[in-house]
Design a protein around this ligand. Structure first.
Ligand code: IPE
Ligand code: IPE
Ligand code: MG
Length: 252
């Protein structure tokens, strides 16, 4: 066997450089109700199981060194659900923050909340503010939870602030740009999401990060949120790694 031809090129020649991993992953955590229904359980059981999936997802983000994770937990429109379900969800939120905050803080997680916090009960508002304050110096994972969040409401709120600044002469409408506008969004200072994952098989954004999602890669998974785990997170990152992001420019 003196002249076996080289049939494989050196690895570096055939494997394209992997694109950088997503700096910011955002997730629309959908399907708790269907998960419960499939088991003949009340919807609350699905929301509780969903909270356990949140825990697994944070662990996965930490393991993959994702710096920013944003979770859509409750939309502005979710207030329209039956009163019992809304009160179950707010009770779960109250419990979740109290039970998880110490461990999140110890793991270097910085918590932020985006949305209309003022619509929650005063004790919840206080514990959201306290959780943000307690973790403000952490840098390992920026975890943002969207609560009573709606993309259109967020854009209108920013527009209102801009209008006020124009009226007071602080901003000249002729020079208003995207960066100036984005500084008035709930997400001011945060990078835009690189990857948005939605579970449950629905293929829509449901008013999530409308401004920020302009160039996000979208992944829709046929898994109900309470079943989501580390393997799904890894699968989504692998799918993302194969995408070509162009931002409107000519393909390479
Ligand atoms: C997501 O699960 C949780 C919230 C929206 C609060 P759903 O409650 O929407 O579950 P499905 O979509 O009805 O299965
Ligand atoms: C989106 O899910 C909101 C969250 C996951 C928090 P919904 O279940 O409220 O969305 P629609 O009603 O199916 O669009
Ligand atoms: Mg849903």
């Amino acid at each position: 066997m003196s002249s076996t031809p080289a049939i494989t090129a050196p690895k570096s020649d055939i494997v394209p450089a992997a694109p950088p991993p997503p700096a910011h992953v955002a997730i629309i955590m959908d399907g708790n109700g269907r998960w419960a229904q499939a088991r003949g359980l009340p919807r609350l059981a699905g929301h509780r199981a969903g909270a356990r999936a949140v825990r697994r997802t944070i662990e996965a983000a930490l393991a993959h060194n994702v710096g920013w994770l944003t979770l859509y937990a409750f939309s502005s429109e979710n207030w329209r659900r039956p009163r019992d379900e809304v009160s179950d969800l707010t009770a779960l939120l109250r419990h979740y923050i109290k039970s998880e905050i110490a461990e999140l803080a110890a793991n270097g997680v910085r918590l932020r909340f985006i949305g209309e916090a003022g619509r929650f009960a005063p004790d919840i508002q206080a514990s959201l503010a306290e959780a943000e304050r307690m973790t403000a110096a952490n840098t390992r994972l920026n975890l943002t939870i969207a609560l009573s969040y709606g993309g259109r409401a967020e854009i209108i709120a920013a527009a209102r602030l801009i209008a006020g600044a124009v009226a007071s002469g602080e901003i000249d409408p002729a020079t208003l740009d995207e960066a100036e506008f984005a500084r008035r969004l709930f997400t001011a200072g945060m990078p835009d999401p690189d990857l948005i994952i939605r579970t449950s098989g629905e293929r829509r954004l449901s008013n999530f990060l409308l401004w920020q999602a302009a160039y996000a890669e979208l992944i829709f998974l046929n898994v109900l949120w309470p079943d989501f785990g580390a393997a799904h997170f890894a699968e989504a990152l692998a799918d993302y790694a194969g995408r070509e992001r162009r931002f409107g420019a000519r393909p390479a």
